[in-house]
Structure formats: C-alpha cells, structure tokens
Design a protein around this ligand. Structure first.
Ligand code: RP5
Length: 181
C-alpha cells in the first residue's frame, strides 16, 4: 500500500508522507473537503502510535478506484477501514461491500440537512453488510473504535486505549475539583 499520514496540518491535502511502519488503518473519504472533519481522528491515531494510510475514493466519481481500494485492503495489510462521506453517503457501505474488513463510517455534515442525510445514508445499511457508524463529524470516535478493534488482538494498542480513557477521566475529575473549589 502507499503509505501516508502523520502531520496532516503541515502538508498539502493530497500529499503522501512516508509512514515509519506498516499502516493498520486505511482512512478514505469521498472528497478532500471531508479532510477537515477527519483531521482530529487522524491526529488521535497518530497520538496512539497507530500507523494509517489516508486517501480519497469517491464512490460515485471514482467508482473503480473505490472498488480497487476496498478489494485490495486485506492484501495491503489493513485491519480496519474508516470511511468518511457526506450527502448521499454511500462510500462506507460500498467499501464494506467490497471487503471483509470492519468498516467505520463517519457521516460528514454538508451544507444542507445538518448532516442528517449523511448519517442516515451510512447508518441505515440493509442487513448483511455492516457499517459501524459514529455520530456526525465524529472522527475522534472513529479513530477510537478503530483502536479498540485493533486492541482486541494487540495488547500495546489496548493499553493505549485504556490510557486514553484514564486520561479522559482525570480531565473530568480535575474540572469537577476546580468547579467545586
Ligand atoms: C461527498 O460529497 C463527499 O464525501 C463530500 O462530503 C461531499 C461534497 O463533496 P465536494 O463537492 O466537496 O467534493 O461525495
């Protein structure tokens, strides 16, 4: 697989950056306009030391590229796919149809319908082809779910997921303490 990832804030949106180790997570999106929504999740994957590959595959504008991406995902060594799309967001479902890997769908809020179009398009997959759907624009949860899936068979990643939860708890407890002072 092409390798890409890490500091996406500092590079042009399509540029590929070498990853130090083999990417476990493939992240795809229907358009470069989805990247801003994905960035927090990509940063989180990076902070968890989970290598990822990031690309654009539009289900309707580049259908062959999308199918090639999804159908080669296993052979390319990926374990989980995150797919983000907006509008009539068929990308996650189409990707899931072309791979046995777990697919996490991120509904992207577009300029109309407050993202409900994307949410319902992704969450309402008919039986037989599952897409694990996170809430609208919630790439953080997509990254964490990918980490949990990987963590089921990778102790190092599982520890990092547990540390993330512990840190979140500490943050809330700290806020509660300051509020009660
Ligand atoms: C979808 O259409 C993309 O996932 C994006 O969320 C939306 C708008 O795409 P652009 O018009 O910005 O390319 O396919």
């Amino acid at each position: 697989a092409e390798r890409k990832g890490h500091d996406l804030n500092s590079v042009p949106q399509h540029q590929i950056i070498p990853s130090p180790s083999h990417p476990l997570v493939a992240v795809t999106m229907g358009s470069d306009s989805d990247l801003a929504v994905l960035k927090p999740g990509l940063a989180l994957l990076q902070s968890l030391d989970i290598p990822f590959h990031c690309t654009i595959t539009s289900a309707h504008r580049t259908p062959q590229r999308m199918m090639d991406f999804a159908s080669s995902a296993v052979d390319n060594g990926f374990k989980v796919i995150i797919a983000a799309a907006g509008g009539a967001a068929h990308l996650p479902g189409m990707v899931a149809a072309c791979t046995p890997l777990p697919v996490i769908g991120v509904p992207v809020k577009g300029s109309s319908l407050d993202g409900m179009d994307s949410l319902l398009s992704i969450v309402q997959m008919p039986r037989g082809v599952p897409v694990a759907t996170v809430s609208i624009n919630n790439s953080i949860n997509a990254a964490l779910l990918a980490a949990r899936i990987l963590g089921a068979s990778d102790e190092t990643i599982r520890f990092k997921v547990e540390k993330y939860a512990a840190d979140s708890q500490e943050e809330v407890l700290g806020k509660a303490d300051r509020l009660e002072e």
